[in-house]
Design a protein around this ligand. Structure first.
Ligand code: ASP
Ligand code: MG
Length: 405
């Protein structure tokens, strides 16, 4: 059987007209003799509306009940698609996670798929049926409904591709593919034809919202080729695949950026072992994700400053936790909300010297001040003032020849 998995994101099934288009896309694969497994997300905005209802009715709402509600968005969308396909003369039905079943482990609201039973879906495919599987949901060992992390219908698709050994997994979304940077900010952004899992993972974790980061990791671990395509325009998309399959001379493949960071600086903390741990312990205990960290080595040897960044959503929580932290002393706390993180990404930098220099030099020439730096093997991130965001991305996009791909 030539099985493919195709997944439609929230905007692709955003209204009834779009769902009709989705039905036609599915049919185009059936006509090419594929056995198609469809994964649907909820219609755009629906999951958020459901969350709002939950928040409004009770402050303390049981996590398990939350998932019963949150999983309904996908239930509706998948039945709408199946219904339309039936009208057009195709055998199709919706499949909910417990009917297959799709097993998950972990906490409610952020479960992970551990197993998918194949028998029922395979015999349905053999009969000529096209299953429309509700994404984002599963069932746990207590036989209760669960949901994955937000954006998790991507993970549903990748895991289906894995368990059903699909030839391909195609993610239909509202953008044409993965771009060198956000085309809404930089006009000269170019679509990337092929990108490695590693680069894609960095891009997604750093703010390119094409796919959920956790599911890119799933695809990488299981070596599943993923194509990202637009459900509105008939154009080739981006293939996310193994490094080996990519021939590209550009050291830097993409630039991502964030607009929702905040920077904390603790001025005049004691320079001795345990201080950094004491600062970050309560943040960890309260699920604040710390991103970039810098600490200066102090000249005199007694005091130093420590700077770190967090997501702006955690700003008030973090401020409170730092201020009431009795195990640390500092002279001053400076909080800056006007920062953006700009990152250049490319596996080529592992073997190419001078990338860091080139990046800093290019920014310096434009008089852009770098506030914090962090690096990994395949990315370099700098924190800049938000007012310099566009200029920074533009400068680096040119410097690393992404304009002329
Ligand atoms: N509907 C879910 C969400 O909005 C899952 C998804 O769209 O992938 O997070
Ligand atoms: Mg979504």
């Amino acid at each position: 059987m030539k099985i493919i998995v195709i997944k439609f994101g929230g905007t692709s099934v955003g209204n009834l007209n779009r769902i009709k288009k989705v039905a036609n896309i599915i049919i185009s694969y059936i006509k090419r003799k594929y056995k198609v497994i469809v994964i649907s997300s909820a219609m755009s905005g629906v999951t958020n509306e459901l969350l709002l209802k939950i928040e409004k009715i009770a402050k303390e709402f049981p996590d398990a009940e939350k998932d019963v509600i949150l999983s309904t968005g996908e239930q509706v969308a998948s039945a709408l698609i199946a219904g339309k396909l039936n009208e057009l003369g195709y055998i199709s039905r919706s499949w909910l996670s417990w009917q297959i079943p799709i097993l998950t482990e972990g906490k409610y609201n952020s479960s992970r798929i551990t197993n998918i039973y194949k028998n029922k879906i395979l015999s349905y495919l053999k009969k000529g049926g096209t299953p429309i599987i509700a994404g984002f949901q599963g069932v746990n060992s207590d036989n209760r409904l669960t949901t994955l992390e937000r954006g998790g219908s991507d993970a549903s698709a990748i895991m289906c591709a894995k368990f059903f050994k699909a030839k391909e997994c195609i993610i239909y979304t509202d953008v044409e593919g993965v771009f060198t940077t956000d085309p809404r900010l930089i006009k000269s952004a170019k679509k990337i034809k092929k990108i490695s899992y590693e680069e894609m993972l960095e891009m997604a974790s750093l703010g390119s919202k094409v796919m959920q980061p956790a599911s890119i990791q799933d695809a990488r671990l299981n070596r599943i080729d993923v194509k990202v395509k637009s459900s509105f325009k008939k154009k080739s998309g981006t293939l996310i695949t193994k490094k080996k399959k990519i021939f590209n001379n550009n050291v830097i493949r993409g630039i991502s950026f964030t607009k929702n960071d905040a920077k904390f600086t603790l001025v005049g903390i004691k320079d001795r072992p345990g201080v950094a741990a004491a600062i970050f312990k309560p943040l960890y205990e309260n699920s604040v994700n710390v991103d970039m960290v810098v600490q200066n080595i102090s000249g005199i040897g007694r005091e130093t400053d420590l700077t770190f960044t967090i997501k702006i959503d955690d700003l008030y929580k973090t401020e409170k936790l730092v201020k009431k932290n009795k195990s640390i002393k500092f002279k001053k706390l400076i909080i800056d909300k006007n920062v953006s993180k700009v990152s250049i990404i490319g596996v080529g930098m592992i073997t190419t010297p001078g990338v860091t220099y080139k990046m800093f030099q290019a920014l310096a020439q434009k008089k852009i001040n770098i506030e914090v730096i962090s690096t990994s093997e395949i990315k370099i991130s700098v924190l800049v003032n938000k007012k310099n965001l566009k200029k920074s991305v533009e400068t680096l996009h040119k410097e690393f020849k992404l304009d002329s791909l």
